[in-house]
Design a protein. Structure first.
Length: 323
């Protein structure tokens, strides 16, 4: 079903872009991409490596005994497997990698869970950071409401993580509350089992959570900014006619729309249509094709890039694990 879902999303995305910004001059898009020079690949690649390196910091901080390089391998390999196979294949691969490195898989997956929760907090914090960028040029009321709403979600996740470190009683309360929420959609939920799991989770991760939450949050914010930097470079390399777009416009709009990466394939299409509309409103319809070319280049590096790096990472792990 996954390839079919990707096709359906791609068709929906194309339709969304057309009705949002009008007919696309694909010849101009191709001309914009053709203007790329060989040396421009290197700063884009450097941005990608920076992004992936920052993305690996939380897992390294949350899993005892895991080095940063192995965290990079684990993350990239999981991205590769998750792209082409259904769950829980990526989880099985992560567990196999942890075992090969003599790391307790339970500790490893607890770290993956903390990593995921921290990333969700940063994902919903991004619009508030984007608002700070756009404040220099003026902001609209709906942007403020969006940023505040997302910030509340982010704050709730971070507060929940902090409360986990305050004592076992709070872990019991959180576990019971979570079980009751899930019970509304799945009647077979065992509330006491959830409580025991959360208490055990807290016991395993309380020290690493206390020591690593601040650094992990900071590194993920830097990772999101690195993603925006790749987009900025891609637009500058292709959208030569969109000089009206400042770096603040680009980074600010990207951060405001960043929660859309929650959708499949990092919001492929939905996020892109939103950014095309935002950038075209500033630069004018004449820059539309070049903007689309820049977004296409950004997607090539941020979607296809990690997959290729994941192939290299998993190949390296298989060879070293075999030895």
């Amino acid at each position: 079903m996954k390839p079919l879902l990707i096709v359906v999303i791609s068709i929906a995305v194309g339709y969304a872009i057309v009705i949002t910004v009008g007919a696309i001059d694909w010849a101009t898009v191709g001309d914009a991409l053709a203007r790329l020079t060989w040396w421009q690949v290197f700063p884009l690649l450097a941005g990608l490596l920076l992004r992936q390196g920052l993305n690996a910091v939380p897992l390294q901080r949350f899993v005892p005994g895991l080095s940063w390089w192995r965290s990079v391998q684990n993350d990239l390999s999981a991205v590769l497997v998750a792209t082409f196979t259904p769950p829980p294949a990526d989880v099985a691969l992560r567990v196999s990698m942890f075992r090969s490195w003599d790391i307790n898989p339970v500790d490893g997956m607890a770290g993956v869970t903390l990593n995921t929760l921290t990333f969700y907090a940063v994902r919903f914090l991004a619009p508030a950071i984007g608002l700070l960028f756009l404040a220099w040029q003026g902001i609209e009321r709906h942007q403020v409401y969006l940023a505040l709403g997302c910030a509340l979600v982010s704050g709730a996740i971070l507060v929940g993580l902090i409360l986990l470190t305050r004592g076992e009683r709070m872990a019991v309360i959180l576990g019971r509350a979570a079980a009751r929420v899930i019970h509304r959609v799945k009647a077979s939920v065992d509330e006491e089992a959830w409580v025991r799991s959360v208490v055990d989770f807290r016991g395993r991760m309380v020290e690493t959570l206390r020591a690593g939450l601040a650094l992990s949050t900071g590194s993920l914010i830097a990772m999101v900014l690195a993603d925006g930097l790749i987009l900025l470079m891609a637009l500058r390399f292709t959208a030569t006619g969109s000089s009206a777009l400042t770096w603040i416009d680009i980074i600010g709009a990207f951060l405001l729309a960043y929660p859309l990466t929650l959708m499949p394939l990092a919001g492929l299409g939905i996020l892109d249509a939103s950014l095309v509309a935002a950038f075209t409103a500033i630069a004018g319809p004449e820059a539309e094709a070049e903007i689309i070319a820049g977004l296409a280049l950004w997607r090539i590096f941020t979607l296809a890039g990690p997959i290729l790096l994941g192939l290299l990472a998993m190949t390296h792990w298989r060879r070293t694990a075999a030895n």
